[in-house]
Design a protein around this ligand. Structure first.
Ligand code: G1P
Length: 292
């Protein structure tokens, strides 16, 4: 049997320059979609998929992420004193178990591959997941759970992929489609980071969810800079493909790229329309705005 995926890495060291000034003093992962920060959605998705240990690769000015996953004693005591049970439940229900979070820092922003490599000691010698919190997923079950199903059946490495408009290939890692293995899964036979449309092997992009074998760390440790002069995870995965299978898992759901403003705004609307407590009130407001 393939070993269980117990640990997930959340690379959260990015500077968030596309969201300035909002991200001047606040990490972009704390931007809220409706009333939950982006990082909370990624953690929820990981937990749903059976992840037990959450590893955050942070950077300077990111301490508030650590606080978010800690007990907020003063607030809890105040709410409890005022009998605000509902608000109190909201604080406590998402709290990770003691000892189930770890934090390390990517000291210099050298790229996604380098950020993942910074978690190597915390991962050790077992397969693990990576979730990029900018990419907000809406799916039933969640994206990582869909991937775990493919992993349980086929082992190896699994990347979630989705179709993008061919003109957008330069924004993402793009995979080549090899043999279909059944259901949503196929063997990846090529991988290019941010290719121009003319040289992209397909229009299937890596949407920010990965299940990787620990051998990726050897490759990342030797790695040279690639696209954008950064140490790219995609380049290391391409080399891993010489030794191991990497499966693509076509995600059944929607992805909102919250690394850009339009994607982030769309996510807020989509998630609000799905929330039973606000949708009825929000829909007419939205319709009014659209009719303007
Ligand atoms: C990273 C990956 C890329 C992937 C993307 C998804 O790029 O390198 O392969 O498609 O995340 O968001 P970044 O967005 O960090 O430039």
């Amino acid at each position: 049997m393939n070993p269980k995926i117990r640990k997930a890495v959340f690379p959260v060291a990015g500077l968030g320059t596309r969201f300035l000034p909002a991200t001047k003093a606040m990490p972009k992962e704390m931007l809220t979609v409706v009333d939950r920060p982006l990082i909370q959605y990624a953690v929820d998705e990981a937990r749903e998929a059976g992840i037990e240990h959450l590893i955050f690769v942070t950077g300077r000015n990111k301490a508030v992420i650590e606080d978010h996953f800690d007990v907020q004693y003063e607030l809890e005591a105040t709410l409890s004193g005022r009998g605000k049970q509902e608000a109190l439940d909201l604080l406590t229900k998402d709290l990770p178990k003691p000892g189930s979070t770890s934090f390390t820092r990517q000291q210099v922003p050298l790229g996604l591959g380098h950020a993942v490599w910074c978690a190597r000691e915390m991962i050790g010698n077992e397969p693990f997941a990576v979730l990029l919190p900018d990419m907000l997923m809406k799916g039933q079950p969640g994206c990582l759970k869909q991937m775990v199903k493919v992993y349980e059946e086929w082992g190896g490495n699994v990347l979630a992929v989705e179709e993008c408009d061919p003109s957008q290939t330069h924004q993402y890692g793009i995979v080549g489609i090899g043999a279909e293995v059944g259901g949503p899964a196929f063997r990846i036979n090529a991988m290019v980071e941010k290719p121009k449309p003319e040289v992209a092997p397909s229009n299937l992009y890596i949407n920010g969810r990965y299940i990787l074998q620990p051998q990726i760390f050897d490759l990342l440790s030797k790695q040279e800079k690639g696209a954008g002069n950064e140490i790219q995870l995609t380049d290391a995965m391409l080399r891993l493909m010489d030794r191991q299978y990497i499966y693509g898992c076509r995600f059944d759901g929607e992805t909102y790229d919250c690394g850009n403003k339009v994607g982030f705004l769309a996510a807020n609307v989509a998630f609000a329309l799905d929330r039973p407590d606000i949708a009825d009130e929000f829909r007419p407001e939205l319709e009014k705005l659209l009719a303007r």
